[in-house]
Design a protein around this ligand. Structure first.
Ligand SMILES: [Zn+2]
Ligand SMILES: [Zn+2]
Length: 423
């Protein structure tokens, strides 16, 4: 054959494209996580997964049992690794893999979940053009987490081939979107003796080749589901017998817009969804609200969450309703340690990357902060690194696409960090 030589895609690109075609949302990453666990086991890493890597009760916003079972069955039929799937059944999809023993312990966090977004079908969209667009309607890797896994898997291969001194852990975290998995992985305790933790995120409106060594602009948030329960009645014949759950949700929505401002802090409040009721002539007896508060400080956010809960309870009382309030996601803030930032700067410079002073636009929130706080509380250092990747479209949009040229740069950067001497 005299056809032009085909370039063999790198491990990072191969994994990224496979995951892009098979996206899985938070706690349903059965195919993704089992394949990661299988490959790392084959490479000689010690793998912890299932409930040991993420205490079940510490998870937030877990999908219902039907969705967990349906997505599990799909993974069984669609390339999930049968050695690891059973331990993950029910949504226990964290994987923590470790190479080496003793000495300095460096950990790298990669989040693995996709989003409930329908990928564009535009023929010019690179995943469509190259044949690796999402095969799952309404689900898409639209934040770059497929790339994070790709980087980590190529890093794993390099480190297996030439093991570094000390210990390395790769932390594959489920359900980052919505802030539902990070605190649970932290609660596993598997990272308590980590000396340096790096959480890396692609994009953030930084160009390919740039690195942001710390991103302290992350917002804390609390995501809440509130369900108002009242009493149905005929809206014309006996309206006075009803207890109108939609009025409770509507009153709470208006009240929440008046949530206090906090001097010296950026805050947000959003009611993103209200639903309820049955028909135009029936007083609605149930209503569900999905809302969130955010702040640039974890403690300010916690205060806003308490005030928001009081508003929900007050609205329920005003209309004679019961209200169940459930926290379905929560992210705190964390501050990078100077020693961790210095290590990233040194590795980035040695890799020929440019240092960015700030993100083009910050990622709104990331529950890597729970892992960072856990490591810091046990004497280690941590930072949240932005890895530039020129984007086709913003995070969480249908035409989102990373620049794959950023993937080997991420592998180089992390490999240097892992192999660097004592900090
Ligand atoms: Zn995201
Ligand atoms: Zn993300």
């Amino acid at each position: 054959m005299s056809a032009p030589e085909q370039r063999v895609p790198s491990t990072a690109v191969t994994w990224r494209r496979d995951l892009h075609a098979h996206p899985e949302v938070g706690f349903t990453e059965f195919r993704t996580a089992s394949r990661i666990a299988g490959r790392l086991t084959d490479l000689g890493w010690q793998v912890v997964t299932g409930p040991a890597a993420m205490p079940p009760q510490a998870r937030l916003g877990v999908p219902d049992a039907d969705e967990l079972e349906a997505t599990y069955a799909r993974a069984v039929d669609d390339g999930g690794d049968p050695r690891f799937l059973p331990a993950m059944r029910g949504g226990h999809t964290a994987v923590v893999a470790t190479l080496g023993s003793g000495g300095r312990h460096v950990a790298v966090r990669a989040d693995i979940d996709a989003l409930p977004i329908a990928e564009t079908e535009d023929a010019a969209h690179p995943p469509v053009a190259a044949g690796f667009a999402s095969r799952r309607p309404g689900v898409m890797h639209a934040c770059g987490h497929d790339g994070h896994v790709g980087i980590a898997m190529e890093l794993a291969e390099r480190l297996s081939a030439d093991p570094p001194a000390g210990r390395v852990s790769l932390v594959f975290q489920p359900a980052e979107e919505g802030g539902r998995g990070g605190a649970a992985v932290a609660a596993s305790g598997l990272l308590d003796d980590v000396d340096l933790l790096v959480a890396l995120h692609l994009g953030l409106d930084l160009p390919t080749g740039a690195v942001l060594p710390a991103n302290d602009g992350l917002l804390a948030n609390s995501k809440i589901r509130a369900v108002f329960r009242g009493r149905a009645a005929h809206a014309a014949l006996d309206p006075q017998e009803g207890r109108n759950a939609l009025l409770g949700a509507a009153s709470a929505t208006l009240a929440l817009q008046g949530l206090t401002r906090v001097a010296g802090h950026a805050t947000r409040v959003s009611v993103g969804r209200i639903s309820g009721g049955t028909s135009s002539n029936i007083v609605p007896d149930t209503a569900e609200m999905l809302l969130e508060v955010r702040a640039d400080d974890g403690e300010v956010n916690a205060d806003l969450e308490q005030r928001a809960r009081a508003m929900l309870e007050g609205a329920a009382r005003m209309h004679g309703l019961e209200v169940d309030i459930e926290r379905i996601g929560s992210v705190t803030t964390a501050t990078a340690d100077p020693a961790a930032v210095a290590a990233v700067v040194a590795a980035a410079e040695a890799s020929g990357l440019t240092i960015a002073a700030s993100a083009g636009s910050s990622v709104a929130s990331d529950d890597a902060t729970a892992l960072m706080r856990r490591v810091q509380a046990h004497g280690g250092v941590a930072t949240y690194v932005g890895l530039g990747s020129t984007l086709a479209s913003g995070h969480h949009t249908r035409a989102f696409d990373i620049d794959e040229a950023a993937l080997p740069l991420g592998v180089d950067l992390l490999e240097r960090l892992v192999r660097a001497g004592k900090r």
